[in-house]
Design a protein around this ligand. Structure first.
Ligand SMILES: Cc1cc2nc3c(=O)[nH]c(=O)nc-3n(C[C@H](O)[C@H](O)[C@H](O)COP(=O)(O)OP(=O)(O)OC[C@H]3O[C@@H](n4cnc5c(N)ncnc54)[C@H](O)[C@@H]3O)c2cc1C
Length: 434
């Protein structure tokens, strides 16, 4: 397994390299161990360090902090989502609970960036759920009815409006929600690394291999050294299952994305100089596609069962061809070879799209599984799991815990077979949208 960052992700390559990286190099004892330094683990560490300035807090990550999914996602801070089964009114109350959580997630990020004066290319541009198939308009109208009931400001668009907004005639209908926010995910998570206070020791390229309870302590084994901790919080998201946590309730999926170089003035003019925008697909396996602040096009159009931390270069190249086609069919006027980088990342899914937020044993806590919407929710869950582990209660915890728990998943090999079959089915339904 390659532990260092693979330098394939444009968002991460935008950041200056970090110079202060420490690897676990001796046995340690601590009051708190947090495993995983993405939005969730970094937010848990930040909150704990405020709650316990004099206790010893250790944060570990198998790779570089923030350079897993948190630094390599598509950067949609979502107010609403369409693609996890909530296209009818029958799940209305659960959908409402889900958007209540998104709202708290957005508030957490807003507070964070305000407090630490973070520049993460924040743009309250809203977002589109769009389709090239006229028949998908029915889904959007149904979704619009749900959003009306929940008072989400939104608008339905047709092809003509969309060409003007997005610079492509590919989409025939769309629903625009005003509350979606676009960010630079790498800048956001890097800020979370930078603001860690002195009472958090961060060890990177330090992978937790095994852990076990030993009376009131938890013993954690790394490659050459051990950490013994009083309390532990697991924030490893797509890797929860590999650590034996909630194994029947979550599973990882690997996504790949590509980003173009910035478009030249002429190229940008040829597509009508649109403002920054973000499109999410109406059909679950369709492409997420975004015009960034500096005129790059990002496309994410694969989701698959694939195990390693990072995909090999050869495998990434195959996905990149697919992504080049996706860009070309939306922007035929642009040159062929404008993709600058292609990368993979892991998300964690549950069967019913509920997240995991739990005490799994005395002094052992876990937060994760955001089903592809983890920027705001991960930050919220990280902060709140730290508070829960501190035996306190908040209105945020009440909102999080009022949602249905993740439902049970079958064991292997049935799980992989089922997931693969579902992905093939969804992919065939979304063929035109990839
Ligand atoms: C391509 C892509 C696009 C996405 N788009 C969006 C989007 O637009 N909007 C959105 O909200 N979300 C999106 N997501 C999902 C979002 O990125 C995740 O939900 C979020 O980053 C989860 O944060 P996290 O901190 O829980 O997990 P992660 O960022 O995955 O962090 C977990 C960390 O745990 C570490 N780890 C794992 N195992 C171990 C171990 N044994 N020992 C030590 N450390 C370990 C990993 O190295 C990793 O750094 C996307 C994800 C991907 C991959």
């Amino acid at each position: 397994m390659s532990l260092l960052n693979d330098k394939t992700c444009c968002w991460i390559n935008d950041l200056s390299p970090r110079l202060d990286i420490k690897v676990l190099s001796e046995d340690k004892n601590c009051d708190w161990l947090i495993v995983g330094a993405g939005y969730t683990g970094l937010s848990a560490a930040r909150k704990l360090s405020q709650l316990h300035p004099s206790q010893k807090i250790i944060l570990v990550d198998a790779q570089l902090a923030g350079e897993g999914a948190s630094g390599r996602n598509s950067g949609y801070l979502v107010d609403t989502t369409l693609n996890d089964g909530f296209t009818s009114n029958k799940d209305f109350s659960n959908y409402k609970k889900k958007t209540n959580i998104y709202k708290l997630g957005i508030e957490s990020i807003k507070k964070f960036i305000k407090k630490y004066k973070v520049d993460c290319d924040w743009n309250e541009s809203g977002k589109y759920f769009a389709s090239s198939r006229l028949e998908d308009k029915k889904i959007l109208i149904n979704f619009s009815n749900i959003l009306n009931r929940l008072d989400f400001e939104h608008e339905l668009y047709n092809q003509g409006n969309l060409k003007e907004k997005l610079g492509t005639s590919f989409y025939k209908s769309a629903l625009y929600t005003k509350g979606g926010i676009l960010i630079h995910p790498g800048k956001l998570v890097r800020a979370m690394v930078d603001v860690l206070s002195d009472n958090v020791e961060l060890y990177e390229n330090s992978q937790l291999l095994e852990w076990k309870k030993d009376n009131d302590k938890v013993l954690c084994k790394f490659e050459n050294f051990n950490i013994t901790t009083r309390k532990i919080i697991f924030c490893t998201n797509g890797f929860l299952k590999s650590l034996g946590i909630k194994t029947n309730y979550n599973f990882p999926l690997t996504l790949t994305a590509s980003m173009t170089r910035p478009l030249s003035d002429n190229e940008f003019k040829s597509i009508g100089e649109p403002k920054e925008w973000g499109v999410l697909p109406v059909r679950p396996m369709g492409a997420t596609i975004r015009m960034t602040k500096n005129r790059r096009i990002l496309i994410r159009n694969t989701a698959e069962v694939y195990n390693p931390f990072k995909m090999s270069e050869t495998e990434l190249k195959k996905r990149s061809i697919n992504q080049k086609t996706g860009i070309k069919k939306r922007f035929p006027e642009l040159p062929n070879d404008i993709i600058d980088c292609t990368w993979s990342g892991i998300v964690s899914r549950t069967r019913n799209s509920s997240q995991i937020f739990d005490k799994i044993d005395k002094n052992i806590f876990v937060a994760g599984c955001y089903n592809g919407s983890g920027i705001g929710v991960g930050t919220l869950f990280g902060e709140q799991i730290a508070i829960k582990a501190n035996n306190e209660h908040t209105r945020e915890i009440e909102t999080i815990e009022s949602r249905n728990k993740p439902t049970w998943l079958p064991p292997q090999p049935f799980l992989d077979l089922g997931v693969k079959a579902r992905l093939i089915f969804e992919r065939s339904r979304a063929e035109s949208e990839i």
